[in-house]
Structure formats: C-alpha cells, structure tokens
Design a protein around this ligand. Structure first.
Ligand SMILES: [Mn+2]
Length: 297
C-alpha cells in the first residue's frame, strides 16, 4: 500500500476523482472577521486530516457511504482584497460545483462564508430553506463594522430572501431577539431543544423542499466540540444533531451543507474528529446509495 491519500476520508483515486464523484468537499480556510479566537483558518486542514481516521462503515446508517465518490477540492485561498472579494470568490467556486450537479460540502473557516455558499446553491435550487445549527443567532445588521461578519450571516441570508430555521441558540443580543419575534423566525433555543419533545418535528415541518444545512460547530456543547472561537455552555449533543439531520434527510432533500467555525486547539483533536464524522454523516444522509441505472441502449 502507498499509504492514505491526502483527501477527505483518504480515498483512493477512483473514489476521489471530481468528474465521477457525487460529492465535492470545498475547504475554505478563511477567518478574517472572527471576533475572539482566530484559528478557523486551520479548521479545514484539521478536519480533512481527522477524516482519514474515520471508519467508512457508518454504524447508524448501517452502510458505507464513500462509494458515492467524494472529491476534495483545493483549498480556496483568502482574497487579499477583503471580505467582499472573498465572498465573490467563494460564490464562484461553489456555483461551479452546484452547476456540475454535485453535493457541495464546505469546510470552514468562519461562518461569514455561508452567505456566498447559500447564494450559489439558491441559483440552482428553488424552494430553498437554510437550517442553521448554532449557539448564536447571527442576525446582527453588521458586526465590528463588517456586514460580512460571521455574526451577521443569518441576517445576510434573510436579506437574500431565503427562509431559515435555527436550532441550538443560546447567545444573542436584545435586537436579535426582537428581530426573531418581529420577523416570526422559527428559532429553537438550546433549552428548547433539551426540553421540548417535538423540536425536531417542528423544525423539519417548517423547512421547504430543498434544505441547505449550515452547522456552526459551536451549536454543539463545548464538552463535545471545545475547539471553536466563541464556545457557549448548554449546547446540543451528537445524537440531537444527528437525529435532526436524519429527520431532515427523510422528509426533505439536503442539497448542500457547510461545517464552520472549527478552530483546532493544541493538545485536543476532539473537535475536528467530531466535524469529520459529522461531515461524513451528512454525506451519507444526503447521498444514499442509488439503484443501479439501466444500461444505456
Ligand atoms: Mn456561532
């Protein structure tokens, strides 16, 4: 053996080739607007390295999911001209994948990248909702002078006219709380997720036919995912998040996803391993094995 290939899951060439893969993993090591602990630029690299230890057999799905083909794209370099130029660069890279009819899984990087990703996915998929898993509401008009800030990403997505549902929230400002009420946004706090028996059902019911899933890793409890810029106590656990995703996949179509705000911490690989397992689960849920197509005549 030549050793493990340096791509997502460490796949051999025939499963990692872009032309035939149903899934494209896009690393975006970008953290220009991270407010507290920069380091999410190291997220994609750490997640890909961790993914090479992930077992291909998914015990919950009771199948291997890598056979759909998963191509790992080159990391998207930051655009030195600033956040607006970076948004455009991300949009173009994502649009290419979406136009090629592949499932786009983006690894951040900071949460601000999701605006461009959602724009690209919306150009292909109508009836689109965004499902946000996050500790924060991210509904600020701007943050630290930047409209492209991670703390404003769900407001930007709202302004695109894209419907969204949020879960796991437990840290937001008074104006954000007022916006949630005034605009009648469906948002489940982490407390609600821990106490209401039907939060998953109600979340899925509210989603449109096609779903973009944006997972800020800080939606998880810091015990499960400590490596992130702004950890908040009282978060979701692995089974809450994966049960939610399974319910979405059963009743809607997950058309693309991102996992953002992973900030590797020296001495602990917990967060990037969780992110790698989660990315693989999302792929497995979104791209179930297809029946063999009839041979072309
Ligand atoms: Mn967050």
């Amino acid at each position: 053996m030549d050793g493990v290939a340096d791509n997502f899951l460490g796949l051999p060439d025939q499963l990692a080739a872009y032309e035939t893969a149903r899934v494209a993993v896009l690393p975006v090591p970008y953290d220009a607007t991270t407010s507290y602990n920069p380091g999410t630029r190291n997220g994609p690299r750490a997640i890909i390295t961790a993914s090479q230890q992930v077992e291909w057999y998914d015990t919950d799905l009771a199948r291997e999911s890598q056979s759909c083909g998963i191509a790992t794209l080159p990391a998207l370099e930051p655009d030195v001209r600033g956040p607006a130029a970076m948004q455009e660069r991300i949009y173009r890279a994502a649009r290419r994948v979406v136009r090629d009819d592949k499932f786009l899984l983006t690894l951040g990087g900071e949460h601000g990248i999701s605006t461009a990703l959602v724009r690209a996915v919306r150009s292909r998929h109508r009836k689109l909702s965004v499902l946000q898993i996050d500790a924060h509401a991210d509904l600020r008009d701007e943050y630290q002078g930047s409209p492209d800030s991670h703390a404003a990403v769900m407001r930007r997505i709202q302004q695109l006219g894209v419907h969204s549902v949020g879960v796991g929230l437990r840290s937001f400002s008074k104006p954000e709380a007022q916006r949630i009420r005034r605009d009648e946004l469906l948002r489940f706090t982490a407390r609600a997720c821990h106490t209401l028996p039907d939060w998953i059902e109600r979340s899925v019911d509210a989603l449109h036919e096609n779903v973009y899933v944006t997972i800020d890793i800080d939606g998880f409890d810091p015990a499960a995912a400590p490596g992130t810029g702004t950890p908040e106590p009282g978060g979701l656990d692995w089974f809450q998040v994966t049960d939610l995703l399974a319910a979405v996949a059963r009743q809607r179509r997950i058309v693309a996803a991102d996992i953002v705000e992973v900030s590797p911490t020296p001495g602990s690989h917990v967060t990037e391993f969780l992110a790698a397992r989660l990315a693989y689960r999302v792929i497995g849920l979104a791209c179930p094995p297809t029946r063999r197509r009839p041979a072309k005549r």
